[in-house]
Design a protein around this ligand. Structure first.
Ligand SMILES: Cc1cc2nc3c(=O)[nH]c(=O)nc-3n(C[C@H](O)[C@H](O)[C@H](O)COP(=O)(O)OP(=O)(O)OC[C@H]3O[C@@H](n4cnc5c(N)ncnc54)[C@H](O)[C@@H]3O)c2cc1C
Length: 477
């Protein structure tokens, strides 16, 4: 079995590193779907735009997604209605409908071969107690003029299912490679932003050992590494899910997700003569995870997978993404993140919103999704739970990782370190503190990485950062 995402089989050319100081109009930090979508929207403007990516484009969270393009997103409209209001839920629904169309439009306009397939999306339950909740989601969609039907789903046990037909699936990495190809002249890979400072009207970003001077900066790094001003870790939590891909005889044109626990989400994928079922089993608030290895075992028991991987996304306290200005009334420093596991639509939407802000165009979603939107006290409901959960994760990371005797936590020269002893007996020692907010780390035995359960940073065996919010490595010494 391959312990990596099915999409990561795709190969693409590596683009050059940054090799000199530069002056540009717009600097985009991060080459995931958010960064590339924004660059695409700015392509025909007169602005000089450069994108820098720490690794290679598309190999972040986007490469491990199930890649459904849909507005039927678990019980998201009920959640937004209860945490914000009815109007916000309707606005969010409209934004997702627009994003499905926009993504579809880009793929067709630029003729990107990425296995785009129109599918019926289902939302289902197999629990009597959740039927009323599913009906509420159905009623909301009907009220908002969506052509939604109550229809049984054949592929998994369910007592009620609703479906819409104008949704899609694709291969996200092929799409990203298509975008990268169109925009490649202005993308630099293996080019990491270490620091950004502002002096009068310009930002100065340290990228590898060079400086990029820019009028606008867009942070498209998934989880932003800065704490201030948004105090982001206090307004969201990170959720981890486990996914497998299994060969099947036929790929059906459906995708589905339940509203029960454990979470089950599925879609099919056809490429050449090969057909796969992509199956997500269980999602947890990351800080609640008891054992990463056991969660993979539970997934593995579901069926015989050819690929298996995990992925993390940011869940905001009001289930709406953060897209737009970091500082009120300042169009020069923008951010997009917090997609609540629906980033194919939201990253595409972010591209449009962020470019509209820079180009001074109107956009109907700027206010509703503003990162500095008014923070309602009721949205803090999760906050104490998250803090308690993070404390548990910190305590856990100073003990042995379950029954895993290959991981040792100790102090060397006054520094807390974690050591993984591999199959050959080699020791891999790293600092056992995530540079982001000093949380402890646990070992991910299956994907062989050090993971922060509090905010989702991940590091290689020897401590190089794979995924933020940490922007720094944990190498020792
Ligand atoms: C289990 C799971 C399933 C999902 N399934 C779906 C789905 O079916 N449909 C859907 O719509 N969404 C889905 N999502 C959500 C979606 O995958 C993400 O929200 C989306 O891919 C995030 O894209 P991004 O561009 O913001 O982040 P990323 O793809 O992570 O891109 C960020 C990039 O920034 C780079 N970077 C970070 N720091 C720096 C730096 N300092 N300098 C330079 N570069 C930097 C990183 O290397 C990375 O490449 C799922 C999420 C999860 C967890």
């Amino acid at each position: 079995m391959k312990k990596k995402s099915i999409w990561l089989d795709e190969r693409d050319k590596i683009l050059p590193k940054i090799d000199k100081d530069m002056e540009v109009d717009v600097l985009i930090v991060g080459g995931g779907l958010t960064g590339l979508s924004t660059m695409l929207e700015l392509k025909d403007s007169k602005l000089k735009v450069v994108l820098v990516e720490r690794n290679t484009c598309g190999h972040g969270v986007t490469s491990r997604s199930t890649a459904k393009i849909t507005y039927l997103q678990e019980k998201i409209y009920a959640k937004i209605r209860s945490l914000v209001n009815e109007e916000a839920a309707s606005t969010y629904l409209k934004s997702q409908l627009d994003a499905v169309q926009l993504l579809n439009h880009h793929i067709k306009k630029y003729k990107i071969d990425c296995n785009l397939t129109q599918v019926s999306s289902y939302l289902f339950t197999n629990e009597e107690k959740n039927v009323a909740k599913l009906k509420q989601e159905y009623d909301f969609l009907v009220k908002n003029h969506i052509d939604v039907k109550i229809e049984k789903l054949e592929d998994v046990p369910n007592i009620m299912a609703i479906k819409v037909d104008d949704t899609y699936t694709f291969n996200p990495l092929k799409y990203m490679h298509g975008l990268k190809n169109i925009l490649s002249n202005h993308i630099y890979e293996h080019s990491k932003v270490w620091d950004i400072k502002k002096d009068q009207d310009y930002y100065y970003a340290k990228v590898n050992e060079f400086i990029i001077k820019a009028r606008f900066v867009i942070m498209a790094t998934h989880y932003p590494y800065f704490l201030i001003p948004l105090l982001f870790p206090f307004k969201n939590h990170v959720e981890t899910s486990y996914i497998g891909a299994k060969k099947v005889s036929k790929a059906k044109n459906i995708s589905a997700i339940n509203i029960d626990k454990p979470c089950i989400s599925l879609r099919y994928y056809q490429d050449g003569g090969k057909n796969y079922l992509i199956y997500l089993y269980q999602s947890y608030a990351s800080c609640n995870i008891k054992s990463i290895q056991e969660n993979f075992l539970k997934l593995n028991k579901q069926m015989d997978f050819e690929y298996m991987w995990s992925n993390k996304d940011i869940i905001t306290n009001d289930y709406m993404p953060y897209i737009g200005r970091v500082y009120k009334n300042d169009d020069t420093f923008l951010v997009a993140c917090g997609y609540n596991t629906w980033g194919m639509t939201n990253a595409t939407l972010a591209g449009k919103i962020l470019s509209d802000i820079i180009l001074k165009k109107d956009n109907p979603y700027i206010d509703a999704l503003a990162p500095n939107r008014k923070f309602n006290i009721s949205k803090l409901v999760r906050f104490p739970i998250d803090v308690g959960c993070s404390i548990k994760a910190i305590i856990k990371s100073t003990k042995e990782n379950g029954n895993n005797r290959k991981v040792i936590y100790k102090k060397i020269d006054g520094k807390r370190v974690a050591i993984y002893v591999d199959e050959k007996g080699c020791e891999h020692t790293v600092l056992n503190r995530c540079p982001h907010m000093k949380c402890g780390l646990v070992f991910n035995e299956v994907e062989k990485s050090w993971d922060c359960l509090c905010h989702g940073s991940r590091f290689t065996l020897d401590g190089d950062v794979i995924e933020g919010p940490s922007n720094f490595d944990i190498r020792f010494p």
